[in-house]
Ligand binder design. Sequence first.
Ligand SMILES: [Mg+2]
Length: 414
Amino acid sequence: MKIRVLFLLFIFCFHDHFLFSSDDIDDISEIVNADAIKIEDKIKSSVLWSAIGDALGRVTEFENMEQIYKKYPNGVRSFEDFEDYDFYVKEGKKVALYTDDTQMAMLVLENCIKSKKENLDLNQTMQHLADRFIKWVNNPDGGNLDDKKGLSHLRAPGKTCIASCKELANRKGLRNYFYIERKYTKDQIDGFAGFRDRVWDIPPEYTKLVLGDTWWQCGTGYYKKEEKEGGSGAVMRAWPFGICFYDNPELASIWAAEHSKLTHRNPISLAACAAIAIGVAYAIQSKSVDFITEKMIEVAKKYDAKTSEMMQQVVEYAKNKQISPEKVFEEFQGWAAHEAIAATIYIFNKTPDDVQTAVEMAVNTPGDSDTIATLVGVLVGAYSCGFDKIGKQNLDLLEDSDKLLEMSDRTTNF
Ligand SMILES: [Mg+2]
């Protein structure tokens, strides 16, 4: 890339002496801008296809293949295949709702934009994200299933995310009590440890953890509990790190893995989060399928060997015509984080150039279809740059498509 730009600058500076007319110079500036334009297009394609996949997969999640084809004889390929009851009527307009996957990913994306714009560090970024997740779990349209007035029940938020976000809220409350209401400084609190532990009967290790800078490393709660949260609730929303920090894939993968700890602390979730973030970043950079696949498997291995082995295994499956997609999706249903990333990388290796077919394949699966379709949409959407394939009708029906487009623009134009 650098060599190409230097070459073009060289030609530009010396064009009077040889080669080009003034018309050709306009062409050159277009070439210089071509990569920048393409990156914006790739981001737009990635973000929107992710939401489309999620909204399509909402109606097939929890259904096995027999149930899917009984309800939808052609499978679910676009919103045209929806039954009337699959839509939600919002302000008099028929809408294809997205699920908790896109909803939480939008919070992460907004937070990543803020972090990049304000040059925040990891801790600051995660603390702001924790605040957003706390609001989400209290929102009847988000993670608050108790308030029946909202759309929460239609989005099927994950139990682990809900429990973890409630724990984040507990910790935030405790921090506010010490730091704000009672106006103690951190040093003073350290001195009061014995006092507050007697008052609340809270173990000192817990209080220390909650009042420290990394209080957001939470999971479902009790600090002594085994770190077993390994569902796909974090990987489904980890991709915005790859979108926002596409120019630094390594950082994108590290922060995506760290962000998992807000709700999912199991190494399989950390590995899957790191993999999708680095994959999306390199897809935006227009690296090859093999390069992207290799980097995703390599980074997963840093966190969990089993996850990377599963990813390696499905890449072999994708090359082997004897193994049918049905067999692969039966084995990797996507309920756990390593299965979700394995199913994703399988489809990416099968159909990297055709996002429509890739998402269709992900939607019509027996497991966590919305999450697999979200991840496939974001990865293949970035790689193949297929925004135009969404079609106006699908875009009009997708919930908040305007907002998603506006957010995509802001990831590159602050
Ligand atoms: Mg979902």
